[in-house]
Design a binder for this molecule. Structure first.
Ligand code: MLT
Length: 279
């Protein structure tokens, strides 16, 4: 837990001073540990900071972060993004390449909208810019209510059976077990708050249209939760985006096929570094 009420930032690697750091935002219902598979493959130069989003891992709860920010305590991705920005600034990070998977991508897009000066490069992995439809929103709110009532994460596990792609659901029981373990490590109240925050999120296509910096969009070809078409939509909205479609991976590309994700992030860091140097 942090002492300033802000999300916990884990320094996975201290790199070369003066280079843009890489900030990684995890998916639901996980925490910063999901990034080790990717960062183990990144060459040594960048500082790598992996955040536990509010209510996950070692971070304070969403309501506690909202209180520390003096913000509306209602569950929202805006509180998550403002908390991440404040935590990074608290560590002296004013500019970074920001990449997020799924929920982490929603938060990265909220950062682009609310803290544009922070984002020197944008990585969007297995995520989408559009809001939930009514049915998806209703399901999230029902799940949140049940998790709060039972104070158990089992209903969340029940709704996350399609995290891995169809191929790896059969061939990678080790990954299924790891994801279940990480999910069971999270507190039920944090998961409920995040479901409510995601249910309330707006469409952020316009925020992507307004973003001029370098971007990469990565998606598993077998992603059933944020399919390839959702990635194409984000690429079309962005001014300078590359699309990487990863064969044989589902929604957890970072762990199902970490090599192409590491290579996409390495390319993004180089492009952002060049763009910042030229500015
Ligand atoms: C995630 O992996 O973070 C989730 O799929 C996000 C969501 O539920 O929309």
């Amino acid at each position: 837990m942090t002492t300033d009420g802000m999300p916990r930032v884990h320094a996975l690697r201290r790199g070369v001073p003066g280079r843009l750091p890489l900030v990684l935002l995890h998916g639901f219902p996980l925490d910063h540990r999901m990034w080790h598979d990717v960062t183990d493959l990144l060459p040594g130069e960048p500082t790598v900071l992996a955040v536990d989003l509010p209510g996950f891992g070692a971070s304070p709860s969403g309501p506690d972060v909202a209180q520390a920010l003096g913000a509306d305590p209602a569950p929202s991705l805006e509180v998550m993004a403002d908390g991440v920005a404040a935590a990074l600034r608290g560590q002296g990070v004013e500019r970074a390449v920001v990449a997020g998977l799924s929920l982490g991508g929603y938060v990265a897009m909220a950062l682009v909208e609310r803290h544009p000066d922070l984002v020197a490069g944008l990585g969007l992995i297995d995520t989408k810019a559009t809001a939930d439809d009514d049915a998806a929103r209703r399901t999230r709110l029902e799940v949140a209510a049940q998790v709060r009532a039972e104070m158990r994460v089992d209903r969340v596990l029940g709704m996350r059976t399609t995290l891995l792609g169809a191929t790896n659901r059969v061939t990678r029981p080790d990954l299924s077990e790891r994801l279940e373990r990480w999910t069971r490590d999270q507190g039920p109240l944090g998961l409920a708050w995040a479901q409510e925050a995601m249910a309330a999120r707006p469409d952020r296509t316009q925020a992507l249209r307004a973003y001029a910096g370098p971007a990469v969009v990565v998606v598993g070809e077998e992603d059933e939760l944020s399919p390839v078409a959702a990635s194409q939509h984000m690429v079309d909205a962005l001014a300078d985006a590359r699309l990487v479609v990863v064969p044989g991976a589902g929604h957890m590309t970072s762990n199902e096929s970490p090599e192409p994700v590491a290579s996409a992030l390495q390319g993004l860091l180089a492009r952002a570094q060049r763009a910042d140097a030229a500015a």
